[in-house]
Write a protein that binds this ligand. Structure first.
Ligand SMILES: [Zn+2]
Length: 272
């Protein structure tokens, strides 16, 4: 099965796949352990900064080998590809799915850039995700820029994109105020187009709200901030209680906390 088929299957069963970012071996293993425990497929996401941190080939080899070791269904996805050049590098490196994010550009430029990536990705048969409307980046406020059903329909028709990240009230990073998803808008977008809909910025959104989004067309739920936060918060707490210098004895405790978090998130998307 490839990612396009995975997302199509989710559309048919009104379910979603959790797409998790990873940053190092520990967070990668945490994803795998939680996926194995909940019998979930994994969609492993890499951003440009994670690629720069780990190295493109290293990250891919590590992800592929870990998928094989844990015996789960797994794929590698480029999250927020900010340039066509980065997308090309990832296609050549064997990614199963890529996102081109030109959401901050005018509509026509977003269409043009996304269409270019759809063409480039076609020979590889990989899934292509784009973003329409604006999901606030880390440290920014969500100030409007919500996706409209009309634009979504037009965008999908003009680009041929497989998956679309929509702006319906979520934001990247943590929320200062309780997030509220515009489920009605989502339902209208879902009715207007059969593209696979993606929810970015799920960290901190109440689980029942995410489930309501899944009932109304979301098939891919992205999770990043809570993974980093859980690892670092627990690591900090552990370090205040020990002088242990062997990181191989300290890191696993922080990893365990991430596994616990992710088990709950996999249950969330399975509606358990
Ligand atoms: Zn995102």
């Amino acid at each position: 099965m490839n990612v396009k088929e995975l997302l199509k299957g989710c559309q048919q069963s009104k379910s979603a796949v959790l797409a998790t970012n990873f940053y190092n071996l520990e967070t990668l293993q945490a994803v795998m352990r939680a996926a194995q425990a909940t019998k979930s497929p994994v969609l492993l996401q890499l951003t440009r900064s994670s690629i720069d941190y780990m190295g493109l080939k290293n990250a891919v080899v590590m992800a592929r080998q870990t998928i094989a070791d844990y015996g789960v269904d797994g794929w590698i996805h480029l999250d927020h590809g900010g340039s066509v050049e980065l997308v090309e590098r990832c296609l050549d490196a064997g990614f199963d799915s890529v996102m081109i994010d030109a959401s901050e550009e005018p509509f026509e430029v977003n269409v043009e850039t996304t269409r270019r990536v759809v063409e480039l990705a076609a020979p590889y048969g990989v899934n292509v995700e784009a973003e329409l409307g604006y999901v606030a980046k880390l440290g920014q406020q969500q100030g409007g820029g919500f996706t409209t059903p009309e634009e979504a329909k037009l965008f999908v028709e003009q680009t041929g994109v497989d998956a679309l990240a929509v702006s319906i009230g979520s934001a990247h990073g943590f929320y200062k105020q309780a997030p509220k998803l515009d489920i009605e808008r989502l339902a209208q977008i879902h009715a207007a187009t059969d593209v696979a809909l993606v929810l970015h910025g799920s960290s901190g959104i109440p689980h029942d709200m995410v489930q309501s989004a899944i009932s109304n067309g979301i098939v891919k739920v992205n999770l990043a901030t809570e993974i980093k936060d859980t690892f670092m918060r627990n690591l900090k707490a552990i370090l205040t209680t020990t002088d242990e210098i062997d990181l191989r004895k300290v890191f696993p405790k922080a990893t365990d906390a991430v596994v616990e978090l992710l088990v709950e998130k996999y249950k969330m998307v399975k509606n358990l």
